[in-house]
Design a binder for this molecule. Structure first.
Ligand code: GLN
Length: 194
């Protein structure tokens, strides 16, 4: 089974680890460069992107993660994880940086504050079966999709909330909290094929 890691600096690490384990992956928590080097794919969880960014630099993980992405490591980012995968962000705080890799612009907290969290159903390109039940929590919005990335899910108003670019996958919302496993399955299929 594929060996995948969940970046475990901050955020909803356990929820991702649980879904991936249920799907048969060999899951480890990644906090150090040697732990990153041992995995064939990485999930960057939801949480607070500025905190994950800061901790990644404190733990000497920013450059190893950037190098791994450049080398083609499959990475799936949800919410804060999507922000960290974006080449450009708006609404950054405190000199916040990203790992980058996804040719998109992402706006932080694009739907308002915590009380504006919401749930909806979405169609996702390439998924069979029922629409995705998506939970948005202080969620970002993908405000520009560059040439190398492809939008795979949009809100009724046209706002892009999921993208794929080769081995990189990002969602504004949190499938790991709503029992939705198809994004993790897609990520694991990319890992197996890589
Ligand atoms: N608003 C958070 C951030 O900017 C993301 C929220 C989430 O991951 N649920 O990092």
């Amino acid at each position: 089974s594929p060996r995948v890691g969940v970046l475990a600096l901050q955020g909803d690490v356990r929820e991702h680890a649980r879904v991936l384990t249920e799907l048969g992956a060999d899951v480890s928590l990644v906090r150090r460069p040697d732990e990153l080097a041992a995995v064939q794919g990485l999930v960057i969880p939801g949480g607070e992107s500025s905190v994950i960014d800061k901790l990644s630099r404190t733990f000497g993980m920013q450059h190893p993660i950037r190098n791994a992405i450049a080398a083609g490591l499959p990475v799936y980012g949800t919410c804060a994880g999507l922000i960290l995968l974006a080449d450009r962000i708006t609404g950054a705080i405190d000199g916040q940086e990203t790992f980058g890799g996804l040719d998109v612009v992402v706006a932080r907290n694009a739907f308002g504050s915590q009380v504006d969290s919401f749930e909806t159903t979405l169609g996702v390109d390439g998924f069979d079966g029922p629409p995705v039940h998506a939970t948005f929590i202080r969620a970002p919005l993908i405000t520009h999709v560059g040439e190398r990335a492809t939008a795979i899910a949009t809100l009724p108003d046209g706002g892009v909330v999921a993208v794929q670019q080769g081995p990189l996958l990002g969602t504004s919302f949190h499938p790991e909290v709503s029992g939705e496993t198809r994004f993790h399955e897609r990520f694991l299929a990319v890992v197996r094929a890589a």
